[in-house]
Design a binder for this molecule. Structure first.
Ligand code: SIN
Ligand code: FE2
Length: 204
């Protein structure tokens, strides 16, 4: 695709249907142990429209008082996050071009009316490792810009099985999800979209 930021890899249809079904199964099991919860914005306490949980030694969380951060435990259950499944570790090995494994897999669940505003992924200490994003379920309209909020953006659709790698010069590009297109996938019985993002948090 033309005009994508340098360093952004867009891999449409990277996962076939059986691989997508396998990942949904793994996410379902993980969510039974580490339930989805509604994160809130720092300061205002305004709820986000996505629901979240994490896998891995570290998970990305946000709340009113303490803001955006990584922590080893689920904010509601207080338990460690479930492990990142082997299938995701091996996907990271294949697409990340980074020698160390991911430490966090953020699970975002979008109901068909959810969205995510334009933001940078910058709560990690490690910007040398890419962010690897996997889309499952209904198609979304994904927007990506530059390193400044006001830079021009371009939008494209991410369908179930698509993978995006924000690496190199694109690692800190602003991005967001403008909308979900209902009834565009049969993967999730009750609709919506799951996005998994794999990240390296620490340098070593
Ligand atoms: C995110 O930026 O955390 C999610 C992006 C997506 O849902 O595709
Ligand atoms: Fe992000």
């Amino acid at each position: 695709m033309a005009d994508l930021p340098e360093g952004l890899k867009y891999l449409p249809g990277y996962l076939d249907r059986p691989a997508q079904e396998g990942l949904v199964d793994l996410v379902r099991h993980a969510v039974a142990d580490a339930p989805l919860y509604v994160p809130v914005m720092p300061g205002t306490g305004k709820p986000m429209s996505v629901q979240m949980t994490n896998l891995g030694p570290l998970g990305w969380v946000t709340d009113k008082e303490r803001g955006y951060r990584y922590q080893a435990t689920h904010p509601v259950t207080g338990k460690p996050w479930p492990a990142i499944p082997e299938a995701l570790l091996s996907l990271w090995d294949t697409v990340s071009n980074y020698p160390e494994p991911p430490q966090a897999c953020l699970v975002n669940f979008y109901a068909d009316d959810a969205r995510m505003g334009l933001h940078q992924d910058k709560d990690e200490k490690n910007f040398a490792a890419p962010v690897v994003s996997i889309s499952l379920g209904n198609t979304c309209l994904f927007r990506v810009g530059g390193l400044n909020r006001k830079d021009p953006t371009r939008s494209f659709r991410l369908a179930s099985g698509d993978v995006v790698v924000l690496g190199g010069a694109s690692r800190l590009c602003f991005h967001g999800v403008d909308r979900i297109y209902p009834d565009t996938s049969t993967l999730l019985k009750n609709g919506g979209r799951i996005n998994l993002t794999l990240r390296r948090v620490t340098l070593l």
